[in-house]
Ligand binder design. Structure first.
Ligand SMILES: *[C@@H]1O[C@H](CO)[C@@H](O)[C@H](O)[C@H]1NC(C)=O
Length: 489
């Protein structure tokens, strides 16, 4: 701790000294410094986990919060409030069902197919408390693709929401053939091959499970599998380690969020934005979140006023839908201060401000499986992130020339890529290293290798190919330009 604090102070002093002259003519100086200090502070905490092999995971943080602030509202869903203690106990109950039956053991991977509802979170946490890893299945994935997901992450157990069981009717026999056991969140089921969970949860104890079961010794251990769907081919299972989930959970906090915030989550929990940044971020701050079954443009502002929402999560389309709603009286009357998400177009961004007031829109760039993240902590319209000299020391990324016609990066005579000049558009590559590892996709070395670029600037180096064309302007703002190839968020 001592060591890292000294390092932080030293670095801050360095930042200060180097910029002291520039600062008068550099409007973002203090915001940059505050942001950077936060990034470094959080990074130092993760370094300590590495050194001591004692990882405080998101679930550990949740259990800590449930002890510290048991009666604080953690989750609001369809008008019902669940405290930290409520969710903690219910996730214990779920874990105890499997513990008593002995059907799951530490290290098993379990697939979860549920729409947004409180039990999504209770099942997720309960399984992690057993030491299992959890695969979030996209509820739009059907039959054959769904079976493929089980092969990717090696799951032999599926937990399915009560409202989704019927959609599985046609593949229940295939599950049986592959000896995958199916558990439904129901009291009773007409399918003989499906086991029921709710009735068993009613009988089970809510006492805490042994902490040793969920203990993690490495930041690089997989805790979740999140599927990224492509425009072609089968879904890919991105391996989410504790490292990534801890980084994502720091998002709101890095943007200045606190325990007093109320976070609105209208995105599906099976994506990383809602689960890792939204739920994880709420836990990290000890705040409250409002979960929506589905986004509704007509309910959005009423919800925000009713629950005193201060932060909301978005994707570009959400803001566009909100702008397309008919104008109403008092649209600027709400407590929302910040939106966190990605894909907000400049014109929508401006219109959103005009209609709903000066809400700070915080673009967050980073793919589920990627090893790089940008944050636009200034809130400048049109930028996905912001860089500077020190950020580049922490995160090694490069923009390289890209040939749009041949659809590949430009290589010189020696076969190496070339940096673009400031302001020019290039393909964003992120260096893979011990501090920025890439964990790839579960069950497919080939897919993992496809996202890598080797021998980029020197022989033997390796970069994560984001597939995104970006430009960095004279003020160090990073702007998204285009997406190339078969790459997805
Ligand atoms: C399941 O059964 C329990 C107890 O018998 C009851 O309290 C609960 O409401 C039932 N749940 C559903 C979804 O039917």
């Amino acid at each position: 701790m001592f060591f890292s604090l000294g390092w932080v102070t030293g670095l801050v002093a360095g930042v200060f000294a180097l910029h002291v002259v520039q600062k008068l003519c550099f409007p973002y100086f203090w915001k940059d410094v505050f942001y950077l200090v936060k990034v470094i502070r959080y990074g130092a905490r993760l370094e300590i986990f590495k050194i001591t092999s004692k990882v405080v995971t998101i679930i550990d943080r949740f259990v800590q919060q449930a002890e510290r602030i048991p009666t604080k509202p953690f989750l609001i869903y369809e008008g019902i409030t669940y405290t930290y203690q409520d969710i903690d106990k219910r996730s214990n109950t779920l874990a105890n069902v499997f513990l008593e039956q002995g059907t799951l053991k530490k290290g098993d991977s379990v697939a979860l197919l549920m729409n947004n509802e409180p039990d999504f979170i209770c099942v997720w946490f309960g399984l992690i408390k057993l030491g299992c890893s959890v695969a979030f299945l996209n509820t739009n994935i059907k039959s054959r693709s769904l079976l493929h997901c089980f092969n990717c992450c090696g799951a032999k157990t599926l937990i399915v929401g009560a409202d989704l069981l019927d959609s599985l009717e046609d593949i229940l026999p295939s599950f049986q053939e592959d000896s995958i056991s199916v558990w439904a969140m129901k009291n009773k089921s007409s399918h003989t091959e499906v086991q029921t969970l709710l009735d068993k949860m009613h009988q089970a104890s809510d006492k805490p499970t042994p902490p040793a079961l969920r203990a993690a010794t490495s930041l690089k251990a997989a805790t979740l599998y999140i599927f990224t769907s492509g425009t072609t081919g089968l879904p890919k299972a991105a391996v989410i380690t504790h490292l990534q989930s801890l980084k994502a959970a720091a998002g709101f906090w890095a943007y200045g969020g606190s325990k007093d915030d109320v976070v609105y989550i209208p995105l599906p929990l099976y994506h990383s934005a809602a689960s890792l940044i939204g739920v994880g971020g709420t836990i990290e701050m000890g705040a409250t979140c409002v979960l929506k079954k589905k986004f509704s443009a007509s309910q959005f502002w009423n919800d925000c006023r009713k629950y005193d929402v201060t932060i909301f999560q978005y994707i570009g389309e959400i803001c566009r839908y909100l702008c397309n709603q008919p104008k109403a009286e008092g649209e600027k009357k709400h407590k929302v201060q910040m939106g966190v998400g990605n894909g907000l177009r400049q014109d929508v961004w401006r219109e959103f401000h005009r209609r709903f007031g000066e809400i700070r829109m915080c673009e967050l760039y980073g793919s589920t499986e990627g090893n790089l993240c940008f944050m636009n902590h200034i809130g400048k319209i049109g930028a996905v992130g912001r860089s500077n000299f020190f950020y580049k020391l922490l995160f090694k990324y490069d923009l390289v020339r890209y040939d749009m016609v041949r659809d590949e990066p430009v290589r010189n005579r020696q076969g190496f890529c070339q940096h673009v000049n400031k302001g020019e558009t290039g393909l964003l590559l992120s260096k893979i290293s011990a501090s920025s590892p890439f964990f790839g996709y579960a069950g497919s070395k080939q897919l993992t290798e496809k996202k890598l670029m080797r021998n980029v600037f020197v022989k033997g180096d390796a970069y994560f190919n984001t597939g995104d064309l970006m430009a960095e302007d004279a003020e160090d703002f990073i702007c998204f330009k285009d997406r190339v190839g078969d790459t997805f968020r």
